[in-house]
Design a binder for this molecule. Structure first.
Ligand code: GUN
Length: 284
């Protein structure tokens, strides 16, 4: 039976550290602020944004919400970002994705000042992640690395298989595992013999976006299984990409959904926001 990796526990420890870093900044006369932009009425996005604002409150970071209507034009959104780029109260700018279809997401990401890009989505920061020398961490992958470290799970020399090649999770996840000396493979929807590839993994990261996609027959005995999925099953219940019940009988460690990767992603966004103030405001 696998040990459950408790994302809430790791998150709490990290948030305590962040709280004291914010206090230290406050003592130096520096306030920390995060601007959160949400466009339209996506209910999942609303939940994420509320949790991000709550996280800010918890560690003493000011949050500024910009809730814009669905029909907002790309130019209006770009104008707002230009304003926030100049706003001294704002250390981090987060524009919740997905955006409505008439808005070009990459154009919006590119408009954010890389020094305020706390999602680490701007090509400047993506490039730094590739080099392995960076200020801003990609939030979900960095949260996973924190959990592995907390549970003393070593990556060095291990075979790591990442299922999913998104810019938000799969690709940066592979880079962080590689930086820790993992032997990394990225699988995706076109991969042949996916099951056989997954069976080679000492550390398996599922970032597919399909409920119950990873079954026990795809998992090696004693593998570490990380579930990035945030899906709704047929009953509307939140569930991951992994069949938790059967895979947990085989794995050595496993993250649950909810309570695994999810809380860590927001905590790493907060880490980036505090880091922005420490790096760019304190240095002025
Ligand atoms: N939508 C889903 N995940 C994310 C994320 O990490 N950041 C932003 N901005 N939008 C998202």
């Amino acid at each position: 039976m696998a040990e459950i990796i408790n994302g809430k526990l790791v998150s709490q420890a990290k948030r305590e550290e962040l709280k004291s870093r914010v206090l230290r900044l406050n003592e130096d006369g520096v306030e920390v602020g995060l601007a959160v932009i949400i466009v339209g009425n996506n209910s999942a996005s609303r939940v994420y944004v509320n949790n991000k604002k709550k996280g800010c409150e918890e560690i003493g970071v000011n949050s500024f919400e910009y809730a814009l209507p669905e029909e907002t034009t790309q130019d209006q959104l770009l104008d707002l970002i230009a304003e926030l780029n100049e706003d001294r109260r704002v250390d981090g700018i987060l524009c919740q994705l997905p955006l409505p279809k008439h808005i070009d997401e990459q154009a919006v990401i590119n408009a954010i000042n890389p020094q305020k890009d706390v999602d680490a989505f701007h090509p400047f920061n993506v490039g730094h992640i590739m080099i392995g020398d960076y200020t801003f961490l990609p939030c979900t992958p960095a949260g996973i690395m924190e959990m592995l470290k907390f549970y003393n799970i070593s990556v060095s020399g291990k075979k790591c298989v990442v299922i999913g090649r998104s810019n938000i999770v799969g690709k940066p996840m592979a880079m962080l595992l590689l930086k820790e000396n993992g032997t990394v493979e990225i699988c995706h929807s076109r991969t042949e013999n996916l099951k056989e590839e997954c069976l080679t993994a000492d550390i398996l990261v599922a970032a597919v976006g399909k409920a119950y996609f990873v079954t026990a027959d795809m998992v090696k005995d004693d593998a570490v299984v990380i579930d990035v999925g945030m899906n709704r099953n047929e009953e509307g219940k939140l569930c991951g990409d992994v069949c938790f019940d059967e895979v947990s009988l085989k794995a050595s460690y496993i993250t649950p959904v909810p309570g695994g990767v999810g809380p860590m992603t927001i905590t790493m966004l907060l880490e980036n926001t505090v880091r922005a103030a420490e790096t760019y405001k304190l240095a002025e």
